[in-house]
Design a protein around this ligand. Structure first.
Ligand code: URA
Length: 434
């Protein structure tokens, strides 16, 4: 067997065998297969797709590419959560401390930004001192000690996914059902949780643009979950416009902190509560979804969710003075408002385009080794359906160069569509599948 034959087979739309998929995954993980060869195969998969069997084989091979975490010492049902990616998606930063504050242990391995979407790890690392790279022993010890740990993919769990994930990001091969399903499920299988809640985003700012595509991705992940004996629930959520108001790493951390202190943007609140309610259910701590949402709201009101976030940051070396006083986060050098030229209602705000502006400001990677700028981003002042007056602020741009500031100001005005007639509020929770 050799990699050229495998690339050729997929290029010619033929089905790969389990042995061929495993050969590729093992070879690429151990650097025996070069980046350019892996890139060719991934592009062929992106263009020609995979059968269900191939996707399952790819998932298992990636899950087996490194160590597997044993969470059984925690003696509790561990429920994991993962999102298929979005813009302004700071859900994990809010939801996981909130769930942990209800005495449900959280052991979470998150990803970095991918394509035009942000990543939880990049957001956490914008908190000075916060260490995302923790070894397995300390990861479990953290969960035992404070009930939560949130780390990056530094443990040797699904290392094949880590390599393929950043390769896909740098060759524009992200939006693919088999590649997303295998990426997410391989990590979930390797990271030891028994049950999984997946936020399958859908819309302009998601990798799945239509509900049908999102359903197909959800179905694939649920099936893989069944094969791996992991109960999986998918919540399909709307990602047409950015979630909440802030897009950009430290700006999103600040929005998450404010949320935990009770300042909750409506759309973000709906998504956090829905996902959390299913996590609580899977953890065996409450079957009633509405009651579960109330439990979370209670822990926002009494400050327990916020306290848990502080504990998480402190325990992972972060400087909690930034959380207690978020005005300490380093500020971008240029902060300027963008004003509306007309009055009306916000009709549309394409989240992917907003994500691309924020990447261009410096918050995203073009090459996989690029470093990112945590202080840049956009704070929206309006959401879809809201009324806007002429000369009212539409958004505030945070930039670190005059050039990127000017580009962003121009682009955001093109992206925010305004119409005279009223616009209904978008529905956030589109479907729940299990
Ligand atoms: N999140 C992942 O972990 N992998 C993907 O491919 C997309 C989103």
């Amino acid at each position: 067997m050799n990699i050229l034959e495998i690339i050729e087979k997929k290029r010619d739309k033929k089905e790969l065998t389990k042995e061929e998929i495993t050969y590729f995954v093992e070879g690429y993980t151990s650097d025996k297969i070069a980046d350019y060869q892996a890139a060719a195969l991934i592009m062929a998969i992106y263009l020609n797709g995979m059968t269900k069997q191939e996707t399952t084989d790819l998932t298992i091979a990636m899950a087996n590419s490194g160590e597997k975490l044993d969470l059984s010492t925690l003696n509790e049902i561990i429920v994991d959560k993962h999102s298929t990616g979005g813009v302004g998606d700071k859900v994990s930063l809010i939801l996981l401390p909130l769930v942990a504050s209800l005495d449900i242990p959280v052991a979470k391995m998150s990803g970095r930004g991918l394509g035009f979407t942000g990543g939880t790890v990049d957001k956490l690392e914008s908190i000075p001192g916060y260490v995302t790279g923790i070894d397995m022993h300390n990861f479990i010890k953290n969960v035992e000690k404070i009930g939560i740990s949130m780390i990056s993919q530094t443990l040797n769990l699904a290392p094949a996914d880590k390599k393929i994930y950043s390769l896909r990001d740098s060759i524009s091969c992200v939006e693919s059902i088999p590649l997303i399903a295998s990426s997410i499920m391989s990590k979930k299988i390797a990271s030891g949780a028994e049950k999984i809640v997946l936020d399958v985003t859908c819309g302009a700012g998601a990798f799945m643009h239509s509900k049908e595509q999102a359903e197909a991705l959800a179905k694939e992940m649920i099936e893989i979950g069944k094969l791996a004996n992991k109960e999986t629930i998918c919540v399909l959520t709307n990602m047409d416009e950015p979630l909440g108001y802030a897009v950009g790493n430290s700006l999103e951390v600040i929005e998450a902190v404010n949320f935990l202190k009770g300042d909750m943007p409506e759309d973000l609140k709906e998504v956090v509560l829905a996902l959390g309610a299913y996590m609580i259910k899977l953890a065996g701590k409450g079957d009633n979804i509405e009651e579960n949402k109330e439990k979370m709201l209670e822990n926002i009101e009494n400050g327990k969710g916020y306290e848990k976030f502080l504990q998480l940051v402190e325990n992972q070396g972060g400087d909690i003075s930034y959380i207690k006083n978020t005005s300490q986060f380093p500020k971008a050098s240029y902060i300027e408002d963008v004003y509306s030229d007309t009055a009306g209602y916000i009709k549309n705000m394409n989240a992917k385009e907003v994500g691309k502006i924020v990447c261009n400001l410096g918050a995203g990677r073009i090459r996989k080794e690029d470093s990112i700028d945590n202080s840049v981003g956009i704070i929206l002042n309006k959401k879809v359906s809201e009324k806007v007056e002429k000369n009212e602020v539409l958004a505030t741009i945070y930039a670190n160069s005059q050039e990127t500031l000017n580009e962003a100001k121009e682009k955001i005005k093109e992206i925010i569509e305004i119409q005279k007639e009223a616009v209904p509020k978008p529905k956030m929770i589109l479907e729940v599948m299990d």
